[in-house]
Design a protein around this ligand. Sequence first.
Ligand code: E4P
Length: 217
Amino acid sequence: MELFIDSADVGELREAMASGLIDGVTTNPSLIAKSGRKMGEAIAEICEIVPGPVSAEAVATDVDGMLAEGRYLAGIADNVVVKLPLTENGLRATRTLADEGVKVNVTLCFSSVQAMLAAKAGAYFISPFIGRLDDAGVTGMDLISEIRQIYDNYHFETKILAASIRTTAHVRDAALIGADCATIPPKTFAALYKHILTDTGLEAFLKDWKSTGQSIL
Ligand code: E4P
């Protein structure tokens, strides 16, 4: 599974990249606003830090505006993936940009039929929002299962990028279902390393080792 970090904070991204485990980054207008940076500058710096796909979201809602913003964002660096919302205009712009060779991440996906349309429009990634469905009282992970089945049934190549991840269990379940990627907030990524038995086991090993009085080197 490819692991992406969902953040526009370059400090957080540098730290996550040091793990050697991160394949890409996703941002959205809210994350850019939180960073306090200008979109173009922030995306350019993130693309220098991260060699993998970096999703940068257009904010226009009409097709021409999406195309203009999408082309601008795609021109910032070779690894930019243009993010467009799952609206009728978003999918029209997706088709055009995909035909131009631009990778598009179709975002704000909340149903499997939406995901099917995005695949037909040539989306490179589809971003189903698990946590926001959970918040609304629906089991978000069911959406990942449905999309996996539909994409497999028809051999769609669009990658499923599980988004709006809130917990380590979300990452586990998305991986078990076969989502291609997950985009994870930095805190949740850090939590993936953790298990109480790892901590207590290591503590016991180190205590026993100390009692030997040895040193390896
Ligand atoms: C994905 O690309 C989005 O940026 C993100 O996962 C949204 O997560 P949220 O629902 O926690 O805001």
